[in-house]
Design a protein around this ligand. Structure first.
Ligand code: NDP
Length: 472
């Protein structure tokens, strides 16, 4: 029997269509609207058993009218002005206690602004980060919610129902008010960039350093997926390395141009980390590597002018076990930096970000899902406020894997194979274990040219060097 929907979704693209079917499958009746009306028709016509739960509409007025108040309206449209345009268009149509949910990849500052503005309106607004791509949206994404406790209480039953489950626990949680959900999603994407980059770097060591063919790479990744590195990204890396190009019959990987795309969320993470003064060099290296990958002409010219950088690794190369340990270490360091950034944001924005819950919602449904995140959730619960590298099992793993990471970075550097993310992780790890860094030189330079002063190791109150008047 058909009921009047209490939920509506706008934007039946890749994510919106999948999410609508997921919502309908969980028993909700749903009004749907898409800018291009024919897309709405095709969507409902191909929805099979779920079609009776869907109410197609062709105008925003009909869409809103089709939903029973108080309404929940989900936007799944491109981030940016399109979201503002929809809020403006919906505004005169909405009633008291209606709630707009922006489920796209909004910049968290936009979500903060929209949530604040909505406080003066009769309707509510929340921003949620949804991860897992099309398949996640259809069968269970990871959902990071920004809003009040009351907003969360209202949407939790539906969001928990449609979310991924890890051992039966929904991967959907309230992260904090305003833009907190989209902030956590942004850092998730930054970590995703870094995770992907480090996997690509070990692939490069196998392909360029040891002449592995793609199926051999697939064997290695498949094997790793049974151990500590078990994760969605390692699983799909094995699958893409195994695939053949239906056109040429060659390995699929070998016919794909080495020019990586991006939608900008990794870049946002790097920028925001700088604003917060939190070092996240693994993520920054991954973003820079994507930017560099796009510079095909420069790389071509560089290879011609200076000679190809890449050479075979010395001797027998690097054992797969060593590469695995290097990747384990790199991954821990990258997540430690990501969680440190989240902690800094919590302080800066006055959010009470639930660190263990963040690790828990990332365990299933999202692109960075991995077994290691389960241990991270436990570590963050048992060691609140501490950096992950000091918590077991990660401190023990780092001690065990450090030499492998160092050997890998050294071998890669000697062979001219760029491993920027792994090297950045190692450098960060070395830096945070250095009792006396070289920043005394920076302070001396700053004092010399700008009389900025410094603190002395002996505590004496003499904040300037003997170079006053020598600023030549
Ligand atoms: P698609 O390009 O597949 O779909 C975009 C949808 O928005 C379509 O329904 C399109 O309608 C509509 N739309 C686009 N421009 C306008 C406009 N100016 N006015 C009205 N409607 C418009 O995008 P996705 O589904 O991939 O992404 C949607 C959101 O989800 C984005 O914010 C994205 O960043 C985010 N996201 C995407 C993920 C992914 O893996 N794809 C993962 C997580 C989040 P029409 O049919 O008329 O063009």
């Amino acid at each position: 029997m058909s009921e009047q929907p209490q939920v509506g979704l706008i934007g039946l693209g890749t994510m919106g269509a999948a999410l609508s079917l997921n919502i309908a499958e969980k028993g909700h009746f749903l009004a749907v609207y898409n800018r291009t009306g024919s897309v709405t028709d095709t969507f409902v016509q191909t929805a099979g058993d779920l079609a009776p739960r869907l109410t197609p509409t062709k105008t925003l007025e009909n869409f809103v009218a089709a939903i029973k108040a108080p309404r929940v309206i989900i936007l799944m449209v491109p981030a940016g002005p399109v979201v503002d345009d929809h809020i403006d268009a919906l505004k005169p149509l909405l009633g008291p206690d209606d709630l707009i949910i922006d489920a796209g990849n909004a910049n968290f500052y936009d979500t903060e602004r929209r949530a604040k503005r909505a406080q003066n309106e009769k309707f509510g607004f929340i921003g949620i980060g949804v991860s897992g791509g099309e398949s996640g949206a259809r069968h269970g994404p990871s959902i990071m919610v920004g809003g009040t406790e009351a907003d969360w209480a209202r949407v939790a039953p539906m969001l928990e129902a449609i979310s991924a489950k890890y051992d039966g626990t929904p991967c959907a949680s309230l992260m904090g008010p305003g833009g907190a959900g989209h902030f956590v999603k942004m850092v998730h994407n930054g970590i995703e960039y870094a995770d992907m980059q480090m996997i690509a770097e070990v692939y490069s060591l196998m392909r360029d350093g040891m002449a592995y063919k793609a199926p051999q790479v697939a064997d290695v990744f498949e094997n790793w997926n049974k151990g500590r590195l078990a994760s969605y990204l390692i699983e799909i890396s094995a699958k893409v390395a195994r695939a053949e190009d239906p056109i040429s019959g060659n390995a699929m990987l070998d016919v794909i141009l080495d020019k990586a795309g991006q939608k900008g969320t990794g870049r946002w993470t790097a920028i925001e980390a700088q604003q917060l003064a939190v070092p996240v060099p693994v993520i920054e290296a991954a973003v820079a590597a994507r930017n560099l990958s796009a510079r095909l002409d420069t790389r071509q010219r560089g290879a011609e002018y200076f000679g190809d950088a890449q050479k075979a690794l010395e001797g027998e190369g690097i054992a797969a076990k060593t590469l695995e340990k290097a990747l384990i270490a790199g991954k821990i360091l990258c997540y430690a930096q990501g969680f440190e950034m989240l902690a800094a944001a919590a302080t800066h924005f006055g959010w009470d970000l639930p660190m263990p819950a963040i690790a828990r919602v990332w365990r299933e449904g999202c692109i960075i899902r991995s077994d290691m995140l389960n241990d991270m959730a436990t570590a963050l619960t048992n060691n609140p406020g501490d950096n992950l590298i000091f918590a077991e099992p990660f401190s023990g793993l780092l001690k065990d894997c450090e030499a492998a990471l160092r050997d890998t970075v050294i071998a890669a550097t000697k062979a001219g194979i760029a491993v920027p993310a792994l090297a950045a992780g190692l450098s960060w790890f070395d830096s945070i274990r250095t009792r006396r860094t070289s920043a005394n030189m920076i302070q001396a330079q700053r004092d010399y040219f700008g009389a900025h002063g410094f603190e002395r190791v002996d505590g004496k109150n003499e904040p300037h060097g003997p170079w006053a008047g020598h600023e030549d």
